[in-house]
Design a protein around this ligand. Structure first.
Ligand code: GLA
Length: 378
């Protein structure tokens, strides 16, 4: 009898220990706080997403902006790795798309014009003579409707309706962008849209990364799995050529630091971009396969960022226009090349370049793309 009691006690204790060691599938709560008000009184919110590993993102319903995003260094220390501002007011003063959802058409459309099915459409020329990043009030300046999804891998679903004719684009567009924070320190971004008239669309996220917190990103080591890129004219519109990167400062097939060749103005393309501000071709077939397209490693922190996407191209922009005038987080004035962007997307000016993979979305079609930013350290 006594023996049995002991046996039960031991079994009980063992079960208890086993249960404690089993990783808990914790429901990760999403916090919502005020981020201020727009001049017209509309409330703006900030949502905090966390995973069990320790990654934390703060995302606003204004522009779907990723305001902060922490990632571990080689000692397991989580620090903010994106550029941004401490207050909504600073974002409202005007920032170059820090962390925002960009649409309807990310990147440039030549002369702010395109034709679709024989009809010409005119857009705002908000970048010299070209249209850039969706126009005067693009998706980066909209208040999005948010649904929170709590769980082991918390998510925010941001949706908006863009009216027919908004910023000159045809068709009423229903858009949904889902930010999902995965257990393995990845952020998965799913973009979905549908339209009631033929239109063009090219959505992306414009986060500026700095994996070290240093004043510039020149010592970050970059690999881009892209053997070709799109040379541009002086206004950064692709010429239409797909050029081999081999033998140029655009060759990142093997790792190179950002700084190594960025000032090589003997290359006209570096001159036009003021550094890197070009679109690399990832997948000429544009068959929507999820591919690992870029890896960035920062040696002092050991942080690694891998980018995976179903998009056929990526704009690699090295913050060449940043000039220390914006009040960044914690009083930092972001200087030239203090952040880099990998904006996954279709080719710029596709609506005017029939040979490029199409960016046309027709009624009864679904626009669906996915991009993943995955962090680790070594
Ligand atoms: C992009 C463009 C750049 C610049 C930034 C925002 O990525 O390619 O030329 O306009 O956005 O400043």
């Amino acid at each position: 009898m006594k023996k049995n009691v002991w046996l039960i006690a031991i079994l009980g204790a063992l079960t208890l220990v086993a249960c404690q060691n089993k990783p808990k599938n914790q429901i990760m709560k999403i916090e919502k706080q005020s981020f201020g008000k727009l001049p017209d009184g509309q409330e703006v919110s900030l949502y905090t997403l966390k995973n069990q590993a320790g990654m934390e993102l703060k995302i606003s319903d204004y522009g779907g902006i990723i305001v902060s995003w922490t990632a571990p260094d080689k000692n397991g220390k989580y620090e903010d790795i994106v550029l941004g501002c401490d207050s909504l007011e600073t974002y409202l003063k005007g920032v170059p798309y820090f962390g925002a959802i960009v649409g309807r058409y990310g990147n440039r459309i030549a002369n702010g014009k395109f034709s679709l099915n024989g009809q010409e459409f005119t857009l705002a020329q908000n970048n010299g003579k070209n249209a850039l990043h969706g126009g005067l009030k693009g998706f980066d300046k909209k208040i999005w409707s948010v649904t929170t999804v709590e769980g082991e891998e918390p998510a925010l679903k941001l949706s908006t309706t863009s009216a027919d004719g908004e910023e000159g684009y045809p068709g009423k567009l229903e858009v949904m962008v889902t930010y999902k924070l995965l257990k393995d320190n990845s952020l998965k971004i799913d973009y979905q849209a549908s339209t009631d008239k033929p239109t063009v669309i090219n959505l992306t996220n414009h986060s500026y990364f700095n994996l070290s917190g240093a004043a510039d990103v020149l010592s970050h080591e970059v690999v881009l799995n892209a053997p070709k890129y799109l040379p541009v004219d002086e206004t950064l519109i692709p010429t239409g050529e797909l050029r081999e990167v081999k033998g140029t400062p655009f060759d990142f097939m093997e790792k190179h630091t950002i700084g190594e060749r960025i000032n090589d103005t003997t290359d006209t393309q570096i001159k036009f971009g003021g550094g890197y501000d070009h679109c690399w071709v990832i997948n000429e077939k544009a068959d929507k396969k999820l591919l690992s397209v870029a890896t960035v490693y920062e040696p002092t922190s050991g942080r690694v960022m891998e980018v995976l996407t179903t998009e056929p191209a990526m704009q690699f922009y090295t913050g060449n226009f940043l000039n220390g005038t914006i009040d960044g987080k914690k009083g930092v004035k972001y200087g030239k090349r203090s952040g880099f962007c990998i904006e996954t997307q279709h080719y710029p000016d596709s609506p005017n370049k029939p040979a490029f993979p199409s960016t046309v979305l027709n009624p009864n079609e679904k626009y669906e793309t996915t991009t993943i930013y995955k962090f680790s350290a070594k």
